[in-house]
Design a protein around this ligand. Structure first.
Ligand SMILES: [Zn+2]
Ligand SMILES: [Zn+2]
Length: 557
């Protein structure tokens, strides 16, 4: 029985207007009570410049916490960090079942084991192409090609219509690992009728079609075969197809494979357990590295994004305990530099080039392809599925707008460009944004999770730019200074251009301001603190050109 006001809604809680932190929810029910499912629960990576000291950005799930009793489960599309990286931190607030395919589940489990204190998360394994029922949602997995094994689109059938949540996908007839995108199932879905498609916009600005993983494998094979000395290949740790291609190329060239970097070791182990490296030779331990001849070795390294603590950056700085490279060796970046990481990657490349090491990137050769659909592939998908409504997700504003443009050009009548937190009614009636729910960000700061609007990080950014002055004043009951003020400067230059100490400048400003206050005000600690704080900051700014943070402690004695 359908209640008269029943509706089907979609709300992105992350991943729209940004690349990263994907978390989508779908709800079915009336205005007051809906049953929800969530798809993915990912992180974004923070840049050190904008968010000093913050390791990760997580979606703020306060809305889901409120609705926890009505949340039937979380379905993971694949094991990329931007889709499952927030689970270990956020699952304890929700405690709902998690559904994933075998590789995704195994990688989550391995990650959990690597993090002391991580919660025991109940994982329900769904086979590739499998089907499950969560409340009023009938969910079917569709295999899609991407850049990690077992990426899935989700067909979500409800009594108000059928949805396709594409997840991350591309069309690759020869993806090296796993089945290609299941065109037959998607065409059949189109015949069945699709109310709405919620889809990947990452490469919607790129014309044409992505090259195949197999073409990349061929290029790698040639570069590895022709290299005169050692070869190191760096790629995303989870890119098993690339690891497989590099290993096959090494075998053909008579080279042994050594894996360098914990994240990649973990993925290799999970890929062996789940069969994705079947038929691939055993890799050698890192201790074999120094004993093998230079033209008999292939090192597979983490650190393609220039991460300073990852293997490649340490090798480039000649700081790795067991792996070294020398003049004449070749390093292949089988990866793309994610926007924001350019400086770090350049630092690593320059470090290598300075040592006479040859560096190959996707500028020189086809050593990387993206796992996301370009315009031609998006058009194919719409041809197969023919949705009534399209909602672009997984992209920044420009990607979403370009994706919307493709959909409109193909004659799709209802295209909704939305923001995180928008609630979109998909049925009944015309699609549209009908409500808003909280969808902010959280920061992982050391071991703690803090709210993004907390002052912690903005204070830290300010301190990193302009330092800190601490002033301590002891004031007697009569309104006199009991002793000389204590001044402490942190992160501020010692002397002015004229050679005067800035500590003295602060001291003079503090004492002068205190003495200029009328006596009754001097016995009010708050009033003294405010006046002295303003004066000290201005006095330092006059010489330095920057206003430091300042804390004035007034002690009544
Ligand atoms: Zn992905
Ligand atoms: Zn993604």
């Amino acid at each position: 029985m359908m209640s008269p006001r029943e509706e089907l809604v979609f709300a992105p809680l992350g991943g729209v207007g940004e690349i990263g932190m994907n978390l989508s929810i779908y709800g079915l029910g009336d205005e007051r009570r809906k049953t929800w499912i969530a798809v993915d629960c990912g992180v974004s990576f923070a840049s050190e410049e904008h968010l000093p000291g913050v390791d990760l950005i997580l979606p703020d799930i306060r809305y889901l916490v409120e609705e926890r009793q009505n949340l039937a489960g979380i379905v993971l599309t694949h094991a990329h960090e931007d889709h499952f990286g927030a689970l270990i931190d956020l699952w304890p607030k929700l405690k709902v079942p998690i559904y994933a395919t075998p590789f995704t589940a195994a990688l989550l489990q391995a990650k959990r084991e690597g993090e002391p204190g991580a919660p025991e998360i109940p994982l329900r394994i769904v086979p590739l192409g499998g089907r499950l029922t969560l409340g009023p949602f009938d969910i079917e997995l569709v295999s899609v090609a991407h850049s990690i094994p077992e990426s899935n689109a989700l067909i979500i059938r409800t009594r108000l219509g059928t949805l396709l949540h594409t997840g991350d996908w591309k069309i690759d007839p020869a993806p090296v690992i796993g089945p290609p995108t299941d065109e037959a199932k998607l065409r059949a879905l189109g015949e069945e009728g699709v109310l709405a498609l919620i889809g990947d916009s990452t490469n919607a600005i790129r014309e044409g079609r992505s090259p195949s993983e197999t073409e990349v494998a061929d290029t790698l094979a040639k570069l590895i075969r022709e290299a005169p000395a050692r070869v190191a290949v760096t790629t995303f740790a989870s890119h098993v197809a690339r690891i497989r291609a590099a290993a096959l190329a090494a075998r053909a060239a008579g080279r042994e494979v050594v894996v360098v970097g914990r994240a990649m070791e973990r993925v290799v182990q999970v890929a062996r357990e789940t069969g994705y490296l079947d038929g691939i030779q055993d890799f050698r331990g890192i201790d074999a590295y120094q004993s093998l001849p230079r033209n008999r070795i292939l090192a597979l390294c983490t650190g393609s994004q220039g991460e300073p603590r990852a293997a490649l950056a340490r090798i480039a700085q000649a700081e790795h305990p067991s792996v070294t490279l020398d003049k004449g060796d070749r390093v292949i970046f089988s990866s793309r530099t994610i926007p924001g990481n350019e400086k770090e990657v350049s630092r690593v490349i320059n470090g290598l080039v300075r040592q006479g090491i040859e560096v190959v990137t996707d500028r020189n050769d086809l050593v990387h392809v993206s796992g996301h659909p370009r315009r031609g592939e998006i058009e194919d998908m719409y041809g197969w599925v023919r949705p009534r409504i399209v909602i672009p997700v997984h992209g920044e504003a420009l990607h979403l707008a370009e994706h919307a443009g493709i959909a409109r050009k193909l004659g799709i009548g209802e295209v909704i460009v939305c923001e995180n937190g928008d609630v979109i009614r998909l049925a009944p009636g015309p699609a549209g944004i009908i409500d808003e729910v909280p969808a902010a960000r959280l920061y992982k700061d050391g071991r703690l999770i803090i709210e993004a609007d907390a002052r912690t990080v903005s204070d830290r950014r300010r301190l990193s730019f302009a330092g800190f002055v601490s002033v301590a004043l002891a004031v007697t009951r009569k309104g006199e200074l009991a002793t000389d003020p204590e001044i402490e400067l942190i992160g501020i230059p010692k002397n002015t251009a004229e050679g005067e100490e800035l500590a003295d400048v602060a001291y003079d400003a503090a004492v002068g301001t205190f003495e200029s206050l009328p006596r009754p005000r001097r016995s009010d600690p708050d009033s003294v603190a405010e006046a002295v704080r303003g004066a000290v900051r201005s006095a330092i700014a006059q010489h330095w050109g920057k206003k430091p943070a300042c804390y004035v402690h007034v002690l009544s004695v």
